[in-house]
Design a protein around this ligand. Sequence first.
Ligand SMILES: [Fe+2]
Ligand SMILES: [Fe+2]
Length: 470
Amino acid sequence: MGIDYSERIPNNVDLSGDRRLQRALEKWQPAFLDWWMDMGPEGWQAKDVYLRTAVSVDKGGWANFGYVKMPEYRWGIFLTPQEEGRKVGFGDHADEDAWQTVPGEYRNMLQRIIVTQADTEPASVEQQRYLGATAPSLYDLRNLFQVNVEEGRHLWAMVYLLHGYFGRDGREEAEELLARRAGDVDKPRILDAFNQECPDWLTFFCFTTFTDRDGKYQLGALAESGFDPLARTCRFMLTEEAHHLFVGQTGVERVLRRGVELAKQAPDGDARTLGGIRPATVQKYVNYWFSYSLDLFGSEISSNAADFFASGLKGRWQEMKRYDDHVALEAHVPMTVVENGVLTQQHVPMRNAMNEVLRGEYVSDCESVVEKWNKALEQEGSDFRITLPSTRFHRRQGIYADGHFDLQGNPISEEEWEAKRAGWLPSDEERRYVASLMKAVYEPGKMANWIAPPRRGIDGHTVEFEYVRV
Ligand SMILES: [Fe+2]
Ligand SMILES: [Fe+2]
């Protein structure tokens, strides 16, 4: 499954064997590049950045590192190898042959799933496009750009499916993907979290921890898909996603470590006195981005989710590895619902609870991240501990969106919510303070004052390595 880099569009899908598709994608390519120049990292397109590029889809050793100017990055189409005799794993078509073409009856549903995933990829590049101006180090700057080019690569992955399998509709959707804009009032991105601003690096680290992690679970569920090209596409995307999660998790951890360190040095014991970020402020950013990212899984009780599963298009996290019953018609999921403002227990048929099941996997993954942050706080000698709010807190989608809940998930009145929200979510004053710290540090090895250095560099290099030639 080597990748052919002699082609205009690098790929391992024998693109040159399908002239029509190749031509269509080669027509889309300049439009993508125009979008990248307009909406990609502002002010950095002509610089050399130490980036990794996929050279094969084999596990381990798939990446090649070197200096690249971002517009020259070799975005391409990489699928994991086809599994001989693969079957649909779940739903009403379990054990039938996996589909190599789009099953007619599910065409619209499948297209919607792909477009929704695809839309998040360019959206996050747009959200992050000004961060280069305030990077805390060259190491972080390089990581930002790595995430950005790979989100661009993910867009390619999805556009290949749209062009290759959905004809004219797919080509139109691919154009729309370059026309919508994160946060635009007239042409916003599809999902809410992808229209939020990403004005500072604490937000970026929370976004890559929590929102990219939603991506991991969505891709995981689609990696089980009975539509084989989608499954193979998502499997390779997942290997790229791991780095984005690493950037987020270690980024937040370094902010916490430095905050504690500065608080110890400060005469009044406050990190802010010495230009650091209080762990309590980090907690509020965590509350904000965790709750926004929970919304991305869709409603707790959902007939769409049931249809996605029944059709064999979207499975559960590690469906084949972790579950025995792949039909899921008998099982029920206990769920806390709100009835007349009171929390009660309900048993929801498993298929209708698929969003919630996936969200549950996501939440436990987030919990293990928080554990690592808390271990770091402990090592630094701090008593502060980060916690995840209840999944009912601050929701705008799903069955909790109409009510107000405290951090523990208890129903509260609107007055109480309004009175307490500034203690739970970043206040304007805190956002302004964090923004005031955002000053670029472009000297190799140097870090902004508010963040600890990383433990090690990238690709075996030291932290002092010149990751971006400014
Ligand atoms: Fe992505
Ligand atoms: Fe990502």
